[in-house]
Design a protein around this ligand. Structure first.
Ligand SMILES: Nc1ncnc2c1ncn2[C@@H]1O[C@H](COP(=O)(O)OP(=O)(O)OP(=O)(O)O)[C@@H](O)[C@H]1O
Length: 603
């Protein structure tokens, strides 16, 4: 049977293209060859179960062996093996396994390394690391002659009979000089850990089984306890704090998908990138799942396993794949259902987790309309007393007191209860309620909410006078005459001669500050955006000041005969306004502290 021949590839240049993979992810050769061994074992088991193979199928394994002396890696399996004819058909004619067609079709993406799984080259990926490859194989078929195939990376091969007693296949890779790093035990161990950790057949390396053949996600959810999920989470992310809860995905129709998605503690969201792993039949494919699952769900952790995600297509094509679209919708729905159940069944536990999950939920609402629709009723807002309300419940709670003359219910919020305490106090005296919206995402969420929620407006507590925060029909009357008003304004203008500063005397509540900085809600939001995108970059802005005409200080300033005293009152009330906004700094702050100190000594 000794035979020499030419591998029938349609493109002579398939090997250089295979080699090109090497710069993106050379490691996948091992995954491909081990996965072929696993397939071969599963096929033999299937034959056994159908009565077509009588040998034992209990202890079939794939083994990876290193030989430093001969510079070889051998991948040996107890699978169904191949006859000479099968080698000719499956190995020699690459076209049969689709490799040529694949390379032709996706050459460009291959070159740009844009394929999702870099799948499809299978056996021939061995040539990414080997200058010569041998196959020694014996088919399960009765009286099959074992064969030896070898190929040195050109398109020529040799095929000869060989002595081999046991059924199965050995693939021997003679490493090329530039791939000798793969002789290191640690290197192979780490590739196996990454790609083969959950393969369904035992993989032996260095005398040990390296994989868990029945990972949690393929088990039946009803059989599992919370501890099982927590243990598996630790297996995936040894250094992360326990997750809050999880969703076990398990669907057979219209596509097959299993997986577990964990909701991590908020602090873990951005710590690690690419935290969801994608598998196809327990073979690790990638942890770059950008195109496969909705953007906001990428904050979650866990595993998704589906044979229905096309792997040898470009990433662009993947997004428009109909299965991928269905998978996206399914996962988002499952996640929303999990949250709803939690909300309905244990409101207290849901509230306790709110701070951790709110970022993720708000982000989801803003980026996915369907998710928003499902989840809007269970979004919570927290007020200063620490109570949680749904949006509808909160609207109901404050509408009587906080509806403006246009019929909008105004949600007053603080971004920093400590720093904005002065404003909060006067607002609470007026009987208004204040929400805390201080997370990273809230600036965007407020914009989103105003656009989407019916007749709701958001106003920051430090943006305006109380009368203007919620404009009502009835207004506060000004206690000053027109002449007093003009006089007061002019005193402030003359005393505080600062550029970009405008003054107005306003009828405010007596308990509000004597002078208040007015920064329209819109500018405040813009400021926060800038702060978030370029921290430390203080935007320059002109300052509008409202002088409280109804504050006791107004008349005191107007009617004091001591000019020095008047100047002091004006300056201090101005500085207090800046202080309340966190704007008093540098020289002004030093001057303020100094004059305050002097006053202490005077008294
Ligand atoms: N270890 C093995 N034991 C038995 N048959 C094998 C083995 N390795 C490869 N084969 C045969 O050679 C064929 C081609 O293998 P190759 O890895 O190139 O492609 P594939 O496994 O069919 O698909 P993929 O491109 O997804 O890897 C296989 O379908 C299988 O029939």
């Amino acid at each position: 049977m000794n035979e020499k021949g030419t591998i029938s590839v349609h493109t002579e240049n398939i090997f250089p293209i295979i080699k090109k993979f090497l710069y993106s992810d050379q490691d996948i050769f091992l995954r491909e060859l081990v996965a072929n061994g696993v397939d071969a074992i599963q096929k033999l088991k299937k034959l056994g179960s159908m009565g077509l193979y009588e040998g034992s199928t209990d202890k079939l394994v794939v083994e990876v062996l290193l030989d430093e002396t001969h510079k070889t890696i051998t991948i040996k399996d107890d699978g169904l093996g191949m006859t000479a004819d099968e080698i000719k058909q499956y190995i020699n004619q690459i076209a049969f396994s689709g490799a040529t067609e694949f390379v032709e079709k996706y050459k460009e993406q291959v070159e740009q390394h844009q394929l999702i799984g870099c799948f499809g080259l299978g056996f021939y990926s061995a040539f990414m690391v080997a200058k010569k490859v041998e196959i020694i194989t014996k088919s399960y078929q009765a009286a099959a002659q074992a064969v030896h195939w070898s190929c040195d990376g050109s398109t020529d091969f040799e095929l000869n009979p060989v002595e081999k007693n046991v059924i199965g296949t050995e693939i021997i890779l003679h490493l090329s000089e530039d791939a000798e790093e793969f002789l290191k035990k640690e290197r192979i161990q780490s590739i196996l850990n990454k790609h083969c950790r959950f393969l369904p057949v035992e993989i032996l390396f260095d005398g040990k089984v390296i994989n868990n053949t029945t990972p949690l996600w393929i088990k039946i959810p009803a059989d599992l306890k919370p501890e099982d999920y927590l243990t598996f989470y630790k297996e995936l992310y040894p250094f992360a704090a326990d997750p809050l809860f999880w969703v076990h995905l398990n669907i057979d129709y219209p596509f097959t998908l299993t997986g577990i998605l964990y909701f991590p503690k908020a602090a873990n969201y951005f710590e690690q990138k690419e935290t969801i792993q994608l598998y196809a039949r327990q073979v690790f494919i990638t942890n770059d799942v950008k195109e496969v699952i909705p953007e906001f769900l990428r904050l979650l952790h866990g595993v998704i396993d589906s044979p229905d995600i096309p792997l040898n297509v470009s990433r662009n094509a993947l997004q428009s794949d109909s299965n991928v679209k269905k998978i996206n919708i399914y996962i988002a729905k499952k996640v929303a259902e999990k949250l709803e159940t939690l909300f309905q069944q244990d409101r207290q536990a849901y509230e306790a987790k709110w701070n951790d999950i709110s970022l993720f939920i708000k982000y989801g609402m803003m980026t996915d309309d369907k998710f928003d629709e499902k989840i809007r009723e269970i979004v919570l807002l927290q007020n200063l007393s620490g109570h949680y309300y749904t949006i509808a419940a909160y609207k109901n709670k404050v509408s009587e007191n906080q509806t403006d003359k246009e019929g909008n219910v105004v949600f007053l919020y603080t971004t920093d209860p400590q720093k904005q305490a002065v404003y909060i106090q006067s607002i609470q005296q007026k009987g208004y309620d204040v929400l805390v919206l201080n997370s990273q995402i809230d600036t965007n969420f407020i914009n989103f909410g105003e656009f989407k929620f019916d007749k709701i407006k958001f106003k920051g507590v430090d943006t305006d006078t109380i009368g203007n925060l919620i404009e009502k029909e009835e207004t506060v009357a000004l206690e000053l005459t027109e002449a007093e008003k003009e006089e007061l304004k002019s005193i402030y203008e003359k005393t505080i001669d600062v550029a970009q500063t405008t003054w107005n005397v306003v009828a405010m509540l007596p308990e509000e500050l004597p002078v208040t900085c007015i920064t329209p809600e819109f500018s405040k939001r813009m400021e926060r955006f800038t702060q978030e995108s370029a921290p430390g970059n203080k935007p320059f802005r002109s300052i509008h000041l409202a002088i409280n005409g109804n504050h006791l200080l107004a008349k005191k300033i107007l009617y004091t005969t001591d000019k020095e005293r008047q100047k002091e009152l004006v300056t201090h009330s101005y500085q207090l306004a800046l202080l309340a906004q966190g704007l008093l700094e540098g020289e002004s702050l030093a001057a303020f502290i100094k004059s305050y100190m002097n006053q202490l000594l005077d008294k």
